[in-house]
Ligand binder design. Structure first.
Ligand code: ZN
Length: 334
């Protein structure tokens, strides 16, 4: 049965070969009453094998995913592939163009918009199409994130502890070959409607990451992302070749306690006393918030409540009360 959606495409998702086109989303605005948003999509299919849905630009201020996937979309040829690869380098295209986390078109966070709505705003219509058309076709859903403008992460593959043990084991095996020192099990502390959670509920092998951040496209981190994509494709039988193992042991870490996510107690400029990857201890000061207007007052201390590795920290100096400025993860058994 055809899915009811307002998003259309000239791409035939079942056709072998390489096709490049657009997801066309109705977008009526002040300067164009009849208009559409054109989100680039590449589909490369050959023979039988799994389907990988590879997504970048879910947040518009995270650039390693979009660049790695644009390069893949240009380079990958059907004869190299066993199965199907669907590549969307800039899922939230208006946000990527603007370099913002949220869509400038409707103010929505694509990673809080799932499962989406048939007749919602632009972001919501895209999410609805992903949920009802593309995700059902996929065996593997890859959503490449970084810290964005506001955060910096020690680059890591990430995953949720999904309740299905077999699904979790497959996700963990994929995360382990992404090629980062840490595999980070995270908890959702800022709302619902995440793209990976939607894919997890549909039973998919979900691959996600937090690759660096600060709003840049870091060359070292980009290399890790490109290697990760290739490793996953080889592991899943989509591509032949050798998995490139990084020269270090992979450590599984988790921030499963809400206390691992440390929020700023006040407005001001945040000074982190640690860099990501360093160990911090419960009760230790991890940073300070300086009240810019008052040099006569001491800065507000920010204390770690748990012991572990600083896996993420705030990237922007100017900080508001309630912004998470430090995320602390502990080594756990796989
Ligand atoms: Zn993100």
């Amino acid at each position: 049965m055809a899915v009811k959606t307002q998003v259309s495409t000239e791409i035939d998702l079942d056709r072998p070969g390489k096709q490049q086109g657009y997801l066309r989303v109705p977008y009526s605005h002040n300067l164009a009453g009849w208009a559409e948003l054109q989100i680039p999509i590449t589909v490369i299919a050959n023979g039988s094998g799994p389907t990988l849905l590879a997504i970048g630009g879910t947040h518009g201020d995270e650039f390693e995913g979009p660049v790695a996937l644009m390069k893949l979309a240009r380079a990958l040829q059907p004869e190299e592939v066993q199965g199907r690869v669907i590549i969307i380098p800039a899922l939230n295209l208006p946000a990527v163009r603007a370099g913002t986390r949220l869509s400038p078109v409707d103010g929505m966070n694509m990673n809080r918009a799932f499962p989406g709505e048939y007749n919602g705003s632009v972001t919501s219509m895209i999410a609805h199409y992903m949920t009802h058309v593309l995700m059902p076709l996929a065996d593997i859903v890859m959503d490449i994130h970084s810290g964005g403008r506001s955060m910096v992460f020690y680059p890591c593959a990430t995953l949720h502890r999904v309740p299905d043990d077999a699904q979790y084991a497959r996700m963990l095996a994929a995360a382990r070959i992404w090629g980062t020192r840490y595999v980070f099990i995270y908890t959702d502390v800022a709302g619902e409607g995440l793209l990976p959670v939607q894919a997890e509920r549909m039973g998919k092998l979900v691959v996600t990451t937090e690759m660096g951040g600060g709003g840049e496209c870091n060359p070292g981190v980009l290399r890790v992302a490109e290697r990760g994509i290739r490793n996953i494709m080889i592991q899943q039988g989509l591509l032949s070749g050798q998995i490139e193992v990084p020269p270090y042991e992979v450590t599984l870490v988790a921030a499963s306690d809400p206390a691992d996510y440390v929020a700023a107690p006040a407005d001001g400029v945040y000074e982190s006393l640690f860099e990501v990857g360093e160990e911090v201890r419960a009760g230790q000061m991890v940073g300070r918030v300086h009240p810019v207007e008052r040099c006569d007052r001491p800065p507000e201390p920010v204390m770690a409540r748990t012991t572990g590795i600083l896996i993420g920290r705030r990237a922007i100096g100017v900080t508001s009360q309630g912004d998470v400025v430090a995320t602390i993860a502990r080594v756990v058994e796989g």
